[in-house]
Design a protein around this ligand. Structure first.
Ligand code: SAM
Ligand code: SF4
Ligand code: SF4
Length: 364
C-alpha cells in the first residue's frame, strides 16, 4: 500500500458516543440551537468518475481499498436508521455516494424508504444526487420505486472541459440524456450541480446558464470546496458565487428570491425575464453553518454531523450489536445535542487540510 491510500483507513476514525441528552420539549436542538431536518445517506464509496475535485485518480487508483460488501450498511439497516431519524424530525432524505446508482438494486432501498411516513402521515421527501451516467437507464425504475427528484452533476457542456473535470472520458451527451429521461418521467424539477474550479471550467459558466435558462431545470453553481484531504484544494481555485452572479447578470439580468424553506443552502436568483431560476452554493465565501440542519450517514454506517468532519460515530456497531430502536433513538439524540460544528464559518486559507473524511465516502 502506498501512503496515498490512507484515506479509507482514516475513514474508520470514530469517536465515542456523547452522554445521553436531557429530555427537552420539542425537536432536538444542537449546541448552537439548530434542529435536525435533513439526512444524507451514502450508499456506496465507489464511482465510475474520477472528478478531480472529489476522487483524484492519483489517490483513487486501481489499488484503492474500497469497502467490502459486508462493511456496507444493508438496505434493512439503512431503512431502520432512516425510520428512527424520522422520529427525530427528519423530513428529507438524499441518497448519495460515491455514485449511488452503482449500488445494486438501489431502487429496492428507495421503495423501503418511500414507505416511511412522517408523524403527519406524509411521505418523507426522497431525492438522489447522481453523476447522471446511468440515469437514462434507471430513471423509470427510480420513479416507480418512489423517488421524488434528482440532482444531476454536470460541470461543462463541451467534452474536453467535462472530461478534464470527470477524468473518466465520460461524454456530456450521455449526462444530458439522463437529465432528459429524469425530466420526462417526472423526477422534476431536475437540479443540475456545477462545481466551478478556477482555470478548469470557469469558461463554462455562461454556456451552462444559457443552455438551461428556460428549460425548467434549476442550475446551481457550487464553489469548489476543501472537502476531504486529497483534492489539492487551494483558496485561489475558488470562484466566489458573487462573481458568478455578476457574470451571468451582465448578460441575463437576475434578481434575488426568497429561500424555499429556512436553511436552504442554495441562494436563489431568478431571471428578470421570467425564464426560470438558478442557485449558488457559497460554501466557502458565505458559510451557512448557522442554519445547517444536516446529518450524514456514511456508506459503512458512521454518523457525521459535518461535511468537513474528521471523525464520526459508529452506528453500524450499534446496529449490529443488538441495540433496540429506543437505544438508537437516544444515541442519535445524544450526538445531535453535542453537535457544535461550524467548519465553514471558521475556515481560513491556513486551515490544515489533512485529516478530513473524503466526500466520496461521507456523501455530498
Ligand atoms: N456521484 C454523485 C454526483 O457526482 O452527483 C453523488 C456524490 S457527489 C460527492 C455529490 C456532489 O458533491 C456533486 O454534485 C459533486 O459535484 C459535489 N462535490 C464533490 N466534490 C466537491 C468539491 N470538492 N467541492 C464542491 N462540490 C463537490
Ligand atoms: Fe464520483 Fe460524484 Fe465524486 Fe464525481 S463528484 S468522483 S461523480 S462521487
Ligand atoms: Fe454544516 Fe459543517 Fe457545512 Fe457548516 S461546514 S454548513 S456545519 S456541513
Amino acid at each position: 500500500m502506498t501512503d496515498r491510500v490512507i484515506a479509507l483507513v482514516d475513514a474508520g476514525r470514530h469517536k465515542p458516543l456523547p452522554p445521553p441528552a436531557g429530555q427537552a420539549a420539542g425537536p432536538a436542538r444542537d449546541r448552537l440551537g439548530r434542529v435536525l431536518r435533513d439526512l444524507r445517506i451514502s450508499v456506496t464509496d465507489r464511482c465510475n468518475f474520477r472528478c478531480v475535485y472529489c476522487m483524484p485518480k492519483e489517490v483513487f487508483g486501481k489499488d484503492y481499498p474500497y469497502l467490502a460488501h459486508d462493511q456496507l450498511l444493508s438496505f434493512e439497516e439503512i431503512a431502520r436508521m432512516a425510520r428512527i431519524f424520522v422520529e427525530h424530525g427528519i423530513e428529507k432524505i438524499r441518497l448519495t455516494g460515491g455514485e449511488p446508482l452503482l449500488r445494486r438494486k438501489v431502487e429496492r432501498l428507495i421503495e423501503m424508504l418511500a414507505a416511511i411516513k412522517l408523524p403527519n402521515g406524509k411521505s418523507v421527501e426522497l431525492t438522489l444526487t447522481t453523476n447522471g451516467s446511468l440515469l437514462g437507464k434507471k430513471a423509470r425504475a427510480l420513479k416507480d420505486a418512489g423517488l421524488h427528484r434528482v440532482t444531476v452533476s454536470l460541470d461543462a457542456l463541451d467534452d474536453p472541459t467535462f472530461m478534464a473535470m470527470n477524468d473518466a472520458d465520460f461524454p456530456v451527451a450521455k449526462v444530458l440524456e439522463g437529465i432528459a429521461a429524469a425530466d420526462a418521467i417526472g423526477l422534476a424539477p431536475v437540479k443540475i450541480n456545477m462545481v466551478v474550479k478556477r482555470g478548469v471550467n470557469e469558461h463554462s459558466i455562461l454556456p451552462m446558464a444559457r443552455r438551461f435558462k428556460g428549460s425548467g431545470h434549476v442550475l446551481r453553481f457550487i464553489e469548489f470546496m476543501d472537502v476531504g484531504a486529497t483534492n489539492g484544494w487551494r483558496m485561489d481555485d475558488v470562484i466566489a458565487s458573487r462573481e458568478i452572479i455578476r457574470m451571468i447578470d451582465a448578460e441575463m439580468p437576475l434578481e434575488p428570491i426568497d429561500p424555499n424553506y429556512p436553511g436552504e443552502v442554495a441562494e436563489r436568483w431568478r431571471y428578470r425575464d421570467g425564464s426560470g431560476e438558478i442557485g449558488v452554493i457559497s460554501s466557502v465565501t458565505r458559510a451557512f453553518c448557522s442554519s445547517c440542519t444536516r446529518a450524514r450517514i456514511s456508506t459503512e454506517g458512521m454518523l457525521y454531523t459535518c461535511l468537513f468532519a474528521t471523525a464520526g460515530y459508529d452506528f453500524r456497531a450499534l446496529l449490529r450489536g443488538g441495540k433496540s430502536d429506543a437505544e438508537l433513538h437516544s444515541a442519535i439524540a445524544a450526538v445531535w445535542a453535542a453537535r457544535d460544528d461550524r467548519y465553514s464559518e471558521i475556515r481560513t486559507a491556513q486551515t490544515p487540510q489533512e485529516r478530513k473524511i473524503e466526500m466520496s465516502y461521507i456523501g455530498g
